[in-house]
Design a protein around this ligand. Sequence first.
Ligand code: ATP
Ligand code: MG
Length: 593
Amino acid sequence: MRVSCLMLVTLRDVPADAEIPSHQLLLRGGYIRRVGAGIYAYLPLMWRVLQRITAIVREEMNKAGALETLLPQLHPSELWQRSGRWQGYTAGEGIMFHLEDRQGRELGLGPTHEEVITSLAGELLRSYRQLPVNLYQIQTKFRDEIRPRFGLMRGREFIMKDAYSFHADENDLRSTYAVMDQAYRAIFERCGLEAVPVDADSGAIGGAASQEFMVTAEAGEDLILISEDGLYAANQEKAVSEPSEAIALDDGISGLLATPGLSSIRGLCEAHNWSPSQIVKVLLLLARLEDGSEQPVLVSLRGDQELNEVKLINALSTRCEQAVLDCSALGAEELSRQGLADLPFGFIGPDLKDACLEGARSWTPHFLRLADRTARDLGRFICGANRPDQHRVVDSWDDLANAPDGIDLRNACAGDRCIHNPEVRLTEKRGIEVGHIFQLGRKYSEALDCCFTNDAGKSEAFWMGCYGIGISRLAQAAVEQHHDDAGICWPASIAPFEAVVVVANIKDASQASLAESLYRGLIDQGIDALLDDRSERAGVKFKDADLIGIPWRLVVGRDASDGIVELVRRTGREVRKIPHSEAMTTLLRELRP
Ligand code: ATP
Ligand code: MG
């Protein structure tokens, strides 16, 4: 391919709306263009990268025994109603784009395909003899993300590889899950990415195992915790750790404590020289449920701990009849809209009475009470006295009405001791989730009533796994992991071209003819080569070559008449001035070892 025919439009300036390096570089390098919020065009260079990634993914999926298929993107609402997800995915903060056809029937644009594939499997797979089956597809997904950002990282339209496996029993599911785990490791390695497998939250689906693959990068939206010995790694949403020891409360303090104006843990501790670990803080929240009901929630935490929102939603989900849509903090304004009296915020205790919810307009008139184990494990502690400007010492949780059991609701943090070995501490890194594998169990097959006949002749719901890779996100994550000040440094396996021949001065006949013959030579050897034949200044072409990040560059310049060229490796920009034949053999050795 000749650059003069490539429609290459590069930008010198950093686009104002691009915050992270990979987004900036893909825009500047002419890889992508923004069409709307979270909507991008993949320009020819980008499409080549995406196709190379796709080819690797396809090879590894086929090797793992998965079958490629292509499912519809328009999903009839009935399917999602049968699984119980239509409401949650379309109402409120739901992320499914949905529409009505000319007959007034509702449809959703596929954000994920469990419903479609499970119902198909239910129709096609009737006997255990047909199992296991693992189906995958590579296609565009649609999600009306609340905050689309960072270019391809969080788009509203993006390319995903999703696979779904069907099994006669849980053991068989586990073995395919392990095969997919290996396939994922191979894919990321072949794409030149360092991706860390981490324990991930299984969400409302419950106990089944799930693992995410994280590309470590500062721009990552996820926080991951890794033990110093490398034996444990988890998304903070799921991570567990040994809490630090609480400091015992001085026997001298008891009863009611006057704490005027001290509504924050910090203020309280500074004024009285208490440790946050001696205090139980109580958060007042409101959970919105799928049937439209609203449940006030009181969460007790040890003062030095932070609430983990994913653990909170999971805890609420197991305690509420209805699916939990979200849960957020409550303030005086919401109380007054319910027609309720103000509460002593900052001075609330775990035993705040349900009576304060009496007469609420739409809320359930009692609290759902939760407590983190670190709070619940405290003997004597300080907490709000449920009246303004006062705290109190509680001698034991047994003295409090409605005390909930302790569960894990806190964030594990860097510096915490590990569960598997308390001598070892957790460290933190930011990560970009590029893949997620999941033992779904029977949630969808049961909900959609999709069964097969087992070897005992009984009808039974399938065991299922699902496995996703964000193809377009992965491409950008590769740039986030591989770039320098001058531009992108693509791993050779996914670069849009493997080598670029740059003619310093196209008007110089000996340069032009040597460049042409080197370019031809590369093509003849099966190398994906690019020839920068533009009549631009040499400096412009070098800048562009650095920016678009082709792994190897052959510069044909002033010494062309002596047969000397420059061979430059993009990563590290190491330059070798050598005879052109030697440059060709070196390149071939590097690219086709
Ligand atoms: P996230 O937590 O980042 O929103 P998710 O857990 O909802 O992602 P999955 O449903 O597991 O994502 O989708 C499989 C893969 O698709 C993810 O691992 C990620 O790489 C990719 N992906 C998800 N949402 C987006 C998006 N909005 N834009 C680009 N890629 C995405
Ligand atoms: Mg995920």
